[in-house]
Design a binder for this molecule. Structure first.
Ligand code: GLY
Length: 376
């Protein structure tokens, strides 16, 4: 059995174990190498359901399909009651649950839930700044004019809604937000700000900053990874060449600054000591971004070998040194992810999005199965 296949088999087993052990529940940010199981009220619940869809597509075992489908009513109810949706991560939540279900099964119900989610995300559009507001209400004094780089992975839900309905409003918002993100979050050397502030009164750009990174001018590794994958996806949908260039620019920076073992620390600018936390989830997201880029760039692109080499080194390191293949009872797939090191929240633990992107990369490497960010 090759390395990817062995890792996938192990992941399938763990996903099944979790489904059986925690029926109807969803994993939350964890501490102590044990997921906390709860309700659908954070930004991360879609990843768990997305893993079930990947597992189903990989092995065609109906167990995973039935488990994934059983969550749709819950995701619909969350939208209807607007539970903890005062943020932009509606794309993360619904691309991997409702869009995924529609894509795999053709369910009209799932399609309708996904379109309802796209409308909910659209309500966060702030036209005078040409941004989708990341967090809080429009009149929030701290966050009213704030974007974060993570939002690039929320845009596929809007691009998808445009394809489905033909309504240009979804495309225009996603395109304009991507352009603002490119202009203000990406720096000249290919590094990135985690967040950027605009003036809610006159729409003027104010400054870059961070929320989960080491300090305002530093490069939070997960943010950089969201940027690689997010701009590649924006290019896939729009064919706007500059998005592809930006994704490549971010990828080269990421690769140049990877640690010697090809897995990143939590921030590229943090002083590294023995106890400095890693973020395996950032490396898993970047691997998915590189897989996407490798499909989008020309065969003779000068970056092809660099990207291929980095992808394989990172994935090999994740499987061999960060996976829980040596821990059959573990709930997570990847050790040493970090959520919010500076805020002292889960600095070294399982991250459900790390698990999702690790599995997405593995099944793409092994069987060409893609995630649920666009129609294939
Ligand atoms: N999107 C939030 C995070 O990456 O932690």
């Amino acid at each position: 059995m090759n390395m990817w296949k062995g890792a996938i088999e192990d992941a399938m087993q763990k996903i099944k174990q979790n489904i059986v052990k925690h029926p109807g529940k969803l994993p939350h940010i964890t501490e102590g190498q044990q997921y906390e199981w709860g309700e659908n009220n954070d930004w991360i619940e879609g990843f768990y359901v997305g893993m079930m869809w990947l597992a189903y597509e990989y092995g065609q075992d109906p167990f995973y399909k039935e488990a994934a489908e059983s969550y749709l009513a819950n995701f619909k109810d969350r939208l209807d009651r607007h539970v903890a949706l005062d943020h932009h991560d509606i794309g993360f939540l619904y691309s991997l649950s409702a869009v995924a279900q529609w894509r795999v099964t053709g369910s009209d119900t799932a399609r309708a839930v996904a379109l309802q989610a796209a409308d909910t995300l659209l309500a966060r559009w702030r036209p005078h700044m040409e941004i989708i507001q990341a967090w809080g209400q429009a009149d929030d004094p701290e966050n009213g004019g704030r974007i974060i780089i993570d939002c690039l992975l929320n845009l596929p839900l809007l691009f998808w809604a445009h394809e489905q309905t033909g309504d240009a409003k979804y495309y225009d918002v996603a395109m304009k937000h991507a352009l603002q993100s490119q202009k203000f979050l990406v720096r000249g050397d290919g590094s990135s700000y985690h967040t950027f502030y605009f003036d809610v009164n006159n729409g003027q750009a104010i400054r870059g900053g961070t929320h989960q990174g080491y300090q305002d001018g530093s490069t939070w590794t997960r943010g950089q990874a969201w940027g690689i994958y997010g701009f590649a996806l924006a290019y896939r949908y729009t064919k706007h060449e500059a998005f592809l260039d930006t994704a490549k620019h971010l990828a080269r920076y990421f690769i140049r600054h990877m640690a010697a073992d090809a897995v990143v620390y939590w921030d590229f600018d943090v002083p590294v000591e023995e106890s400095t936390p890693r973020d395996s989830s950032a490396s898993a997201i970047a691997a998915c971004g590189l897989l996407e880029l490798l499909e989008l760039i020309e065969d003779r692109d000068p970056d092809r070998l660099l990207f291929e080499d980095a992808l394989h080194r990172s994935m090999k390191a994740l499987v061999e040194h960060y996976s829980t293949m040596d821990l059959p009872d573990a709930e997570g797939l990847l050790k040493h992810g970090s959520y919010h090191v500076r805020g002292d929240r889960a600095p070294d633990d399982y991250m459900i999005w790390g698990d999702y992107f690790y599995l997405e990369a593995l099944v793409r490497l092994e069987q060409g199965i893609k995630g649920y960010w666009y129609e294939v």
